[in-house]
Design a protein around this ligand. Structure first.
Ligand code: RIB
Ligand code: CA
Length: 317
């Protein structure tokens, strides 16, 4: 089994990711950490516990993390996820409480234990990377417990929160820049599952309708139906963040290429953009005053959407 930790801002599509990670037999979900994003941090914690209950995994520790980005106010997304972040489905809320530790402390504890046993953990951030930046700068020794980081965020092409920037990076650009720089310095491999592939793992409404018979399947159906409504789509909905978990379970369904990457921290219209440098550096680019960005990230450029959709359906069913 592959040990994994999810860092989430649950979120309809974070919920799709949680159901998959909690139920897939080849994943060992060690912990889930929460950060403010799609909704405020307290609601993120409730949503996360609720989804794990539906998945039949009340054993997984869940910790509350950063409520605010480093430098800017939190910006939520009720137009994408409903007022409660879970589509206002009236799904029964968990009565479980979060782990007493801060998310950064839970991450540190699980990763130091992984470093001790050698069972290295894949960290899957699906939200603004505030917790991850805090972790890598506060406890860099915890990186010894990391196998790799596979994050949802950014784009080589267009954004969604703005024309330039994807929501997770736009919400806390400093956190993304710190995370990528620290990971590069610490020798941690990073894969970016960005908007270039994010929308390509689609569940049709007919496939969603066929999901029933367990709390996990029932919730999965309602997540897809609600996401389709909110996107005003008759063709179903993508599992969004869930695709990044598919990429950890079945990496051969994802095409990636290594590119130098920077996060835009200023710019009038481009703050939060991931600048993916796809130039041919074998040519003469010595006149570029910026040079090559030190962090080189595996950038997802294509995904086998049907394969990942089938993987998700088979697991949440
Ligand atoms: O931009 C995509 C991200 O925003 C995902 O993490 C998802 O939660 C969405 O709200
Ligand atoms: Ca998310």
């Amino acid at each position: 089994m592959k040990p994994v930790i999810l860092d989430v801002d649950t979120g309809l599509d974070d919920a799709c990711a949680l159901l998959l990670a909690a139920r897939h037999p080849e994943l060992d979900l060690k912990a889930v950490t929460c950060v403010g994003g799609n909704v405020g941090i307290d609601q993120v914690v409730v949503n996360t516990l609720t989804v794990l209950d539906a998945a039949g995994r009340p054993d997984v520790p869940v910790a509350r993390g950063a409520s605010l980005p480093f430098l800017q106010p939190v910006r939520t997304a009720p137009h994408v996820h409903g007022a409660d972040g879970l589509g206002d489905l009236d799904w029964p809320k968990s009565i479980r409480t979060a782990d007493a530790r801060h998310a950064v402390e839970l991450l540190r504890d699980v990763l130091l234990e992984a470093a001790r046993t050698g069972e290295l953990v894949t960290l899957i951030p699906l939200a603004p990377m505030t917790n991850i930046a805090l972790l890598l700068r506060t406890y860099p020794e915890a990186a010894a417990g990391l196998r790799e980081i596979v994050f949802m965020g950014g784009a080589a092409g267009i954004g969604n929160a703005t024309a330039s920037a994807e929501f997770n990076i736009w919400t806390d650009p400093e956190a993304a820049a710190i995370t990528l720089t620290a990971a590069s310095e610490l020798g941690v491999r990073v894969t970016m599952y960005g908007l270039d592939v994010f929308y390509d793992v689609v569940i049709s409404l007919a496939e969603a309708k066929a999901l029933s018979g367990s709390p996990s399947a029932d919730l999965a159906r309602r997540l897809i139906e609600r996401r389709s409504e909110l996107y005003r789509s008759d063709d179903g909905a993508s599992i969004g963040d869930g695709g990044a978990v598919c990429a950890v379970i079945d990496p051969s369904g994802l095409t990636t290429l290594p590119f130098p990457l920077r996060v835009e921290l200023s710019g009038s219209w481009s703050r939060g953009r991931t600048i993916v440098d796809t130039r041919d550096w074998a040519g003469d680019l010595t006149t570029d005053p910026h040079g090559v960005a030190p962090p080189v990230v595996q950038v997802a450029t294509a995904v086998d959407g049907r394969r990942y959709a089938d993987l998700w359906l088979a697991t949440v069913r």
